[in-house]
Design a protein around this ligand. Structure first.
Ligand SMILES: [Zn+2]
Length: 373
């Protein structure tokens, strides 16, 4: 394969970029890759860039051949993109199919405009068994245009269980020549070890503050000051940067801080009222986002109070308040237990438990651990 140009669509991620280039140049690309790491670090952008190289007529992602153009439009017949979609519900079949189509088209449209757009996949349950079956069938045939075919599974850690995992395993077990499957996952622990062992893994760490500032200025036209402020809140994630452009996300961020503040201060009555508000939504994504802010703040507090490393606090706008709350703490707080509990609650939410109950239980457990501490 000819010398490969770097991946112009990918922001940063130098280590991943050079590892992928080496694999391409030496023709040693495995059949399955796992791109994992936090949301908004460029996993999808990297997968599409790789597709551009493989499906390019010149094999270098030239950007001008018909293969490259089809990839840019995310409509290349040999690039198969699978995402979590609504599963069978009580609604009539036709309506369900329409909802699935709409969600899928919206995903592609948004990604076509910007590969880093996180796209709210509202009401999407998981990657369904029937979609995995369709993918397997498709991959068992020859490529339509060129000599390669590629599949990208977005949120591959959200498979319809238990059959979905087996179906995916089967696809990975019978690799066809010139087929590349990329699994994208934030939480690879949710994947079966047998699936993980069949992939070569690439970790996407959070982006640097400068990279996020640059993106904010270029894509959202923010002023230098605004870009710096947004980047400080986005914590290395372009997805968070997107969410922060929306008022509701800022609201969830302040809810998470309010809830943590009340927990630290032991104001239980107000705490449960605040939790009730945080759970007052129909959208699971919103509760998950609340949890991810909470997780993030807990980690920052842990760095501040336990590790005594205030420089690791990146939520600069809240730092003075953090320091005040941390110095008011008379006893040490079980930050790590709390972080674990948040992780468990996230898993519970994936199983569709009641939001309010899930949050109440979470804080009941955290307060109990605090009482013991
Ligand atoms: Zn090309």
């Amino acid at each position: 394969m000819a010398a490969v140009a770097p991946f112009p669509e990918v922001l940063g991620q130098a280590a991943v970029q050079s590892a992928l280039q080496r694999a391409l140049e030496s023709n040693r690309l495995p059949h399955a890759l796992l791109f994992y790491g936090p949301k908004g670090t460029g996993k999808f952008a990297a997968a599409v860039s790789l597709a551009k190289v493989l499906l390019c007529e010149k094999k270098n992602g030239c950007g001008v051949c018909s293969g490259c153009k089809l990839i840019t439009a995310l409509s290349h017949p040999d690039l198969l993109i699978t995402i979590p979609l609504p599963s069978a519900g009580s609604s009539p079949e036709k309506k369900k199919e329409e909802a699935r189509q709409e969600l899928y088209t919206n995903f592609l449209e948004k990604k076509k405009k910007n590969l880093y757009d996180p796209v709210w996949k509202e009401n999407a349950d998981f990657i369904t068994v029937s979609d995995l079956q369709a993918l397997q069938d498709r991959l068992s045939r020859r490529p339509m245009e060129g000599d390669w075919q590629m599949a990208i599974l977005v949120e591959a850690d959200r498979l319809q269980l238990p059959q979905g995992a087996n179906k995916l395993l089967k696809t990975l077990e019978e690799p066809h020549k010139n087929t590349l499957i990329i699994l994208i996952a934030e939480r690879p622990k949710n994947l079966l070890p047998t699936i993980l062992s069949r992939t070569q893994k690439f970790f996407f760490p959070p982006l640097s503050n400068e990279q996020v500032v640059g993106f904010a200025a270029k894509e959202f036209g923010l002023s230098k000051k605004e870009a710096l402020e947004s980047a400080a809140m986005a914590t290395g994630s372009i997805a968070k940067l997107y969410f922060l452009q929306n008022e509701e996300e800022l609201e969830r961020r302040s809810q998470a801080w309010e809830v943590l503040k009340l927990t630290l201060a032991g104001q239980e009555a107000s705490l449960f009222l605040a939790l009730k508000q945080a759970a007052d939504t129909r959208k699971k994504e919103e509760v998950l986002s609340f949890l991810s802010w909470l997780e993030f703040f807990l980690w920052e507090f842990f760095c501040l109070s336990e590790l005594k490393q205030p420089e690791r606090v990146v939520s600069l706008d809240l730092k003075p308040e953090f320091e005040k709350a941390a110095s008011a703490q008379k006893f040490s707080f079980p930050y790590l237990v709390a972080l674990q509990e948040v992780g468990k609650t996230r898993a519970d939410l994936e199983r569709n438990v009641n939001f309010r109950l899930a949050l109440f239980w979470l804080f009941a457990r955290i307060l109990r651990a605090k009482g013991r501490g």
